[in-house]
Design a protein around this ligand. Structure first.
Ligand SMILES: *Cc1c(COP(=O)(O)O)cnc(C)c1O
Length: 374
């Protein structure tokens, strides 16, 4: 059994994907081909924002957003303590200070109460200017943007949505990657919408920021890439990846998103008696980048992983180390207390998940967990 079944997906979509790749090979526009423009139009339309700017990966997407806002030394950027390293790495990379904020045990997402407390603390300390809150749509579930926005508006901060795992999620009718002042996603192969290499995108309704993003991603270009008006990056999505994503995006909204929600529903129904299942409250909708359960403690988690492995069932721990305990952030970040994040990191476990997980495999996972507890 695969943890995330990309081979089955390719089997289903291979004819169209191969055709699209061949067209790119024949046309020869490997960088900035028309397929990139078409993908950007379709992504913007799907998400419901004015501008989509593709780039080389989800980490660059976050960095580009911070560059557009001129974030740097002296700025405090708030970020959930429980997320992938990238969400905070880019903060240090631009010279700002990451402030690690605790998360909610129910949703794994940034805790608005902890965010407001951290902002107040930074103001009291008086050394840094609260500038941006990064909200991550962890495991596919959008963060609580209604409450987060009340806080960022109150303190005059921007909100940056890290939708690397959130693409396809919703709150009511509104789609993930439309919640931030700027929002980002990643097309890393294992993300909800993945390509066959690295890729990413930035979303915004703001015309000026969109113009700046298009400049920063191509060496700070002015009129063209040989007219350089600011220091930027080389961060493009290549045409082959765009042509693959055009096929995958259609499959994503036509069938995959529903299928993955079906499997999540089945898991939750069957497992709720045994473990703490992920909570998705109305009107939230998840794209299930991961299906993550909570065990009672780390010993139980370890034993369950062994039991699953005996049945050839892969499982993964996202994430073992809270960000404020990562060595790279020693003396680089500030944490006013992240007890929920520390606790979750010891007990969380992600089960095999993908729209192409067969009913038989999903049943095998459920049976292995049940057998373990009975
Ligand atoms: C994967 C991921 C990223 C980074 O995306 P890349 O395309 O790998 O650079 C950023 N944030 C989160 C939450 C992620 O899961």
């Amino acid at each position: 059994m695969e943890f995330r079944d990309l081979k089955k997906q390719y089997e289903v979509l291979s004819k169209k994907i191969n055709q699209n790749i061949e067209v790119v090979m024949r046309e020869g526009n490997f960088i900035d081909g028309r397929q990139v423009d078409e993908l950007e139009r379709r992504l913007a339309e799907y998400v419901g924002v004015k501008h989509c700017i593709t780039c080389a990966n989800g980490t660059d997407a976050l960095q580009l957003a911070l560059m557009v806002w001129n974030i740097g030394p002296g700025d405090a950027v708030f970020v959930p303590d429980f997320t992938f390293f990238s969400s905070a790495e880019v903060i240090s990379l631009v010279g700002a200070t990451p402030i690690f904020v605790d998360v909610c045990k129910d949703t794994f997402n940034i805790d608005p109460v902890a965010l407001e407390n951290a902002v107040e603390q930074v103001q009291q300390d008086g050394k840094l200017r609260p500038a941006v809150a990064v909200a991550v749509d962890l495991f596919g579930l959008p963060a609580d943007y209604k409450r987060l926005k009340q806080i960022t508006e109150k303190y005059g901060m921007y909100i940056l949505e890290d939708g690397a795992q959130g693409f396809g999620g919703r709150i009511g009718e509104r789609r993930a990657c439309s919640f931030g002042d700027i929002s980002t996603t990643s097309f890393f192969p294992a993300k909800p919408l993945g390509c066959y290499g690295d890729g990413g995108a930035v979303f915004t309704d703001n015309d000026e920021w969109a113009m700046l993003l298009r400049s920063y991603k191509v060496h700070g270009k002015g009129k063209d890439k040989y007219d350089n008006v600011r220091i930027g990056l080389n961060s493009r999505l290549d045409t082959i990846q765009a042509s693959i994503l055009l096929v995958k995006l259609e499959a994503f909204y036509k069938t995959e998103l529903e299928d993955v929600n079906c499997i999540a529903g089945f898991y939750s129904e069957e497992l709720k008696k045994y473990v703490k299942i992920p909570q998705v409250k109305e009107p939230f909708y998840s794209s299930w980048a991961q299906y993550s359960i909570l065990l009672n403690d780390s010993a139980e988690r370890e034993q369950l992983q062994v039991a699953l492995k005996e049945q050839q069932i892969p499982s993964m721990i996202y994430y073992k180390t809270p960000l404020h305990l990562q060595r790279a952030f020693e003396e680089k970040g500030i944490c006013y207390g992240c007890s929920a994040s520390e606790d979750i990191s010891k007990r969380v476990l992600s089960l095999p998940m993908s729209p192409y997980l067969s009913k038989g495999d999903a049943e095998a996972v459920v049976k292995a967990v049940k057998d373990f507890f009975e």
